[in-house]
Design a protein around this ligand. Structure first.
Ligand SMILES: NC(=O)c1ccc[n+]([C@@H]2O[C@H](COP(=O)([O-])OP(=O)(O)OC[C@H]3O[C@@H](n4cnc5c(N)ncnc54)[C@H](O)[C@@H]3O)[C@@H](O)[C@H]2O)c1
Length: 386
């Protein structure tokens, strides 16, 4: 009965306006917002009713008046959350769980990497969770993860360079060219969006850079795009175990779609690293690819283990909210428009969009997350539900 009513609601919504809410992000020092005023205008002009929480855009330099001028309404946190479609940036924090109900929530969820209580709440409330990070385009890429991965990848080389300073507890190696000589050894694990951006940034700073990936032709492509001198090795425990012993900075950017990251860097390997070297585990939002990683925050970003500084901030792009919000909205808006216009038909029509469905009507629909969380009993295939 519940499912029938819900589906009727979205049949109805196909020919009517969607009530859309944009809450203010509350994660530590998070300044992003899920919609720019231009995005709000596009939705409002299509006939949708857009509510933005007061001050939600301030961290990205967008004012309430900008949203009002674009046709959105400014309201309370309750106004933003009590809509049929809630659009966010980061996964709901525990203090936001009471807002979750039987509605569509379109945001990053990272269910396999965050506390299981989020999935349990989504299932208990019958929330329809549509995750940016598992949505695929026709080529199988992740178009809504890519912009944030690019920003986090760029940032990984910069924060790594910063924590290598002796004044920051590092080993005092600069990532930079000094009179034509490259200094600092950087190992980037993963050759996707994070990996390629981190490698380009570290190379641009002037370090020696090696990427560990799973595909030799990809290494050739990266050399052509970045520099002929870029190193590339096939990722294996032996190769990584040997390279980390000499690395000043290790950047982790591996991903298995929807699943908890696997530990490509074990604690034993970390214990062989140089004192004062640095690890930036960008994959931490999916649980981390380094065994010694623990999530950290912008206000307390690093800890030291085995003499190695670990930087494991789960919302790195939140440090550059203006750029991140503009890049994120450019990627998400076409999908938000389709959800608002068509409800769940937008997913029925597009198999890649349907891959974004992570929870629906009390079931978990992302198999790798269900396996990782030990919730296979509550797993259903999306095509059996919608
Ligand atoms: N911390 C943050 O704020 C933040 C921000 C953005 C992205 N991320 C995370 O960064 C991770 C990477 O994202 P992405 O967009 O680059 O993904 P991607 O799919 O573009 O790339 C992941 C790469 O990992 C490689 N890989 C998988 N297993 C490997 C292994 N054992 N060894 C070496 N490489 C391996 C794959 O071949 C792929 O190229 C994701 O978990 C993403 O959620 C974190």
């Amino acid at each position: 009965m519940r499912a029938v009513l819900f589906n009727r609601l979205f049949q109805y919504k196909r020919i009517n306006q969607m009530k859309i809410g944009v809450p203010k992000e509350i994660k530590n020092l998070e300044g992003r917002v899920a919609l720019t005023p231009a995005g709000a205008r596009s939705l409002a002009e299509a006939g949708h009713d857009v509510w933005v929480e007061q001050g939600a855009g301030a961290g990205s330099g967008f004012h309430d008046a900008d949203y009002q001028e674009a046709g959105a309404r400014i309201g309370s946190v309750e106004d933003a959350w009590s809509r049929e479609l809630v659009v966010k940036v980061k996964e709901p924090e525990p203090s936001e769980y009471p807002w979750l109900k039987q509605q569509l929530v379109f945001t990053y969820f990272h269910l396999a990497g965050v506390p299981r209580s989020l999935t349990e709440t989504l299932l208990a409330q019958g929330t329809t969770a549509i995750a940016y990070e598992t949505l695929e385009d026709k080529a199988g890429r992740l178009p809504l993860l890519a912009p944030m991965s690019a920003i986090a990848g760029n940032m990984a080389a910069l924060v790594g360079a910063y924590y290598l300073a002796r004044t920051q507890g590092g080993r005092g190696v600069q990532l930079g060219q000094v009179l034509g000589q490259r200094h600092g050894k950087v190992l980037v694990i993963g050759d996707g969006v994070v990996g390629s951006h981190a490698a380009r940034s570290a190379w641009g700073l002037g370090a020696e850079v090696t990427v560990a990936g799973l595909d030799l032709p990809r290494g050739e492509q990266l050399r052509q795009e970045i520099a002929p001198g870029l190193g590339y090795v096939l990722s294996s425990p032996e190769a990584i175990g040997s390279l980390v012993k000499e690395a000043d900075l290790v950047i982790g950017g591996v991903l298995l779609h929807g699943a908890k990251a696997s530990f490509v860097l074990t604690e034993d390997m970390v214990s062989t690293m140089l004192p004062g070297s640095v690890i930036v585990d960008v994959s931490i939002d999916q649980g981390g690819c380094v065994e010694t990683s623990q999530p950290t925050s912008h206000s307390d970003p690093v800890f030291v283990k085995h003499g190695v500084t670990h930087y494991c901030v789960t919302n790195m792009p939140g440090a550059y909210p203006r750029t991140s919000t503009i890049a994120l909205t450019a990627a998400t808006l076409p999908y938000v428009r389709r959800l608002a216009d068509k409800g769940l038909d937008a997913l029925r029509e597009d198999a890649g969009f349907a891959k974004a469905l992570n929870a629906y009507q009390g079931f978990i629909t992302c198999r790798p997350a269900a396996e990782g969380l030990g919730l296979l009993d509550a797993y259903r295939d999306t095509k059996d539900l919608i």
